[in-house]
Design a protein around this ligand. Structure first.
Ligand SMILES: [Zn+2]
Ligand SMILES: [Zn+2]
Length: 168
């Protein structure tokens, strides 16, 4: 187990020295990423990236994230942390992409099964026994009307009405 005091020492913060010309001795903390020592204000790791590199970023969401990181006050540019930042980002994006593809796959599958059941319904309707019977009786009716047999024609018309009522 590491003693927390081991991660604190007195010294000159390199960020304060370079950026603020402040070479006074301060309590310094060790950065867990680059292992350098910084004051409280500069201990937070920041992206090692130029403004123009952010400007060139095409992905608008990533660009916004990078601007946000850039705008953070204090901290120190840390290449180790920057690498980890982008690795995590890539992993997250990969996960999201996979989730998205999975969701897309599921949508396609449901659409296909829906189409399949729809076509089944259509074919069921096509071979409905009611339709077949009515068509056959209609042909009979037309035949008997054609041969001028009024009694049989009326009888068939009655049967047709019955069928229509029964199968409804
Ligand atoms: Zn500092
Ligand atoms: Zn660092």
């Amino acid at each position: 187990m590491e003693n927390s005091n081991e991660n604190i020492k007195l010294g000159i913060c390199p960020e304060c020295k370079v950026r603020e010309k402040d070479s006074s001795e301060k309590k310094l903390y060790q950065c867990p990423y680059c292992k350098e020592w910084f004051c409280k204000k500069h201990i937070e790791p920041k992206l090692v990236m130029t403004w123009s590199a952010i400007e060139r970023t095409r992905d608008p969401i990533l660009k916004e994230k990078l601007y946000e990181e850039w705008r953070k006050e204090g901290g120190h540019p840390d290449s180790v942390w920057t690498m980890q930042y982008f690795e995590n980002l890539e992993m997250k994006e990969k996960e999201e992409r996979e989730k998205f593809l999975k969701a897309l796959d599921n949508i396609e599958k449901t659409e296909k099964s829906n189409q399949y059941s729809k076509s089944l319904e259509v074919s069921k309707r096509k071979i409905s026994p009611k339709d077949v019977t009515i068509i056959l009786v209609l042909i009979l009716l037309i035949y008997f009307i054609a041969v001028r047999n009024i009694t049989i024609s009326i009888f068939i018309l009655l049967v047709l009405t019955l069928i229509a009522v029964i199968f409804r």
